[in-house]
Design a protein around this ligand. Sequence first.
Ligand SMILES: *[C@@H]1O[C@H](CO)[C@@H](O)[C@H](O)[C@H]1NC(C)=O
Ligand SMILES: *[C@@H]1O[C@H](CO)[C@@H](O)[C@H](O)[C@H]1NC(C)=O
Ligand SMILES: *[C@@H]1O[C@H](CO)[C@@H](O)[C@H](O)[C@H]1NC(C)=O
Ligand SMILES: *[C@@H]1O[C@H](CO)[C@@H](O)[C@H](O)[C@H]1NC(C)=O
Ligand SMILES: *[C@@H]1O[C@H](CO)[C@@H](O)[C@H](O)[C@H]1NC(C)=O
Length: 641
Amino acid sequence: MAGIRDREFGLVLTDLVVFVSAQATVGPCNVPKPRAWSPVEQSKWTSWHGLGSMPSAEAMRLFVKILEEEDPGWYSRIPEFINPQPVVDIEMHKPKEEPDIVPLTNGTGTSSIPKTISENGSSVETQDKVVILEGLSTVSAHEEWTALSVSGQRPKPRYEHGATVLQDKMYIFGGNHNGRYLSDLQVLDLKSLTWSKIDAKLQAGTSDSAKTAQVSPCAGHSLISCGNKFFSVAGHTKDPSGSITVKEFDPHTCTWSIVKTYGKPPVSRGGQSVTLVGTTLVVFGGEDAKRCLLNDLHILDLETMTWDDVDAIGTPPAPRSDHVAACHADRYLLIFGGGSHATCFNDLHVLDLQTMEWSRPKQQGPIPSPRAGHAGATVGENWYIVGGGNNKSGVSETLVLNMSTLAWSVVSTVEGRVPLASEGMTLLYSNYSGEDYLISFGGYNGRYSNEVYALKLSVKLDLQSSTKDQPTSDSTSRVLEPEVEISQDGKIREIAMDNADSKNRNDEANEQLLAALKAEKDELEATLNREGLQTVQLKEEITEAEARNAELTKELQAVRGQLAAEQSRCFKLEVDVAELRQKLQSLDALEREVELLRRQKAASEQEQAALDAKQKKQAGSGGVWGWLVGTPPDDDDSESS
Ligand SMILES: *[C@@H]1O[C@H](CO)[C@@H](O)[C@H](O)[C@H]1NC(C)=O
Ligand SMILES: *[C@@H]1O[C@H](CO)[C@@H](O)[C@H](O)[C@H]1NC(C)=O
Ligand SMILES: *[C@@H]1O[C@H](CO)[C@@H](O)[C@H](O)[C@H]1NC(C)=O
Ligand SMILES: *[C@@H]1O[C@H](CO)[C@@H](O)[C@H](O)[C@H]1NC(C)=O
Ligand SMILES: *[C@@H]1O[C@H](CO)[C@@H](O)[C@H](O)[C@H]1NC(C)=O
């Protein structure tokens, strides 16, 4: 059959190879339609393509995708003798298992689906009694899924969207269509079963994209009604922010606003569960922007808009995304199923929100098979679960868990590839004119769906949640099969398919390319780092040199100062010396004078001595007196002797 298609569309394939290569490399969410590409982009993509050889099966898948987009009905026109190939969604790695082309209902399936669902899924009740009823009330069968006949412009088929019911209206927001994230907000009036698109504004000032005043396209987020408005929490976006974004939509003003939160917000993610418990939102698990699976627990208080990052005790569920969660008796958070990259789960975990303790209580009844991407809705103490996928196909049963007894039972089973047996659909509860309904929208099972199905619940439910039979009161925790065993049932998304090989080859090429790019980036970064380092070093050196320079200048000035001081001291000294010299000279003069005086003195002494000697001689005859008086000494000679 691939051969037939190859021949038929052979001419297109070579071009498609290029697109597929780009698609698989860059990721699908932001890849525009090939036609819109400029020649420059084309050649760019062509060179991307040169890096890996693309198997034609890969191109085929994209071709099918494009066909789906251009002409959703193409498939039904292919002759039945063609046995279709499985088709894989490039982004999600989920198989698009093309099933039997024959209409779903042949009367041979379960009796629970009479002729209520036709192949195009749009015809309602073809049975005898035609009751004229309004809106959802047209669903007459109990416990059976019925495709609703809707009017108005139907939203684009999608999965991983958000959905919620508010005042007899079902709102859907965003999701993934052909690998692209959506940002539209649509509403189905449950009274008239009419779709309409809401021209939602993004409140100015709160915008993360103020220029466009639009909310970012996203998928894998959660829509939660609270009061007369609803919140959109988390989700994958093209340019993920660091932490979870909480948006609020007010239907009266048709306005989105980004909610300012406090505390430490969780990292951004998609595929988490968000459960309204009282006036708080409990966020568990999911997959972050780096495809890392999470099992962290965060609580957002809607009154204070404050995040609380919870440290629960006990063993939490393994990291996972695309699980479901529900709250029982305002106290217990139940987590069921979901997937990791390698496997999907069927384990049931309970978190007691009072003690913040995880447990794995014993389950009753038929234990459901592993699944991921399923949807759940609580009605009183009943938890309804629909769809999801494992590695074979979409899950066809609608299950219900009595949350008091933890007993599982099957509500209904659908046959074939209906949107109800798919991944990423939403399931909501509505109490439309006093009756209890489950409503499902969208999903992906190889095709994207935009069908609305409803199931009327037969029993008038006691909506008072029982607090008598607590799940945790059953202390004997059942030890479930180890994950290795579970993984045998793994899920569709990652798994072996007919063309898994070619996919792997493609992946390899892409990985090589990515590795090469990463290496180059690393190298550039390293170079940048090195240069940055050098710059820093140089700057340091300059600073050092400048400092040294300044020091030297200071020293120089100091030395100059010293020198000047020395000079003046020198000068002073010279003056002193000169003075001293003068003094010395006068000293010399004095000395000479003194010498002269000494000599004069000595001369006068000699003279005196000579005089004395003369006088002594005279005194020997006349005595001194005679000499002094001058009288002749002779007269007195007799007396003095
Ligand atoms: C459809 O139903 C007829 C009769 O009920 C049966 O013979 C036929 O095999 C069925 N076809 C399929 C595909 O189940
Ligand atoms: C659905 O199919 C039925 C019969 O196959 C056809 O009469 C009807 O027009 C189809 N509706 C849509 C919306 O294609
Ligand atoms: C859950 O099981 C208990 C015990 O069998 C029963 O009393 C209760 O009605 C059940 N709840 C629902 C919603 O069926
Ligand atoms: C559903 O509607 C009926 C009748 O209007 C009402 O009695 C009942 O409480 C409602 N249930 C819920 C869960 O709102
Ligand atoms: C799921 O896939 C695994 C690995 O491809 C395979 O071994 C296993 O048999 C599959 N399980 C089912 C239920 O088909």
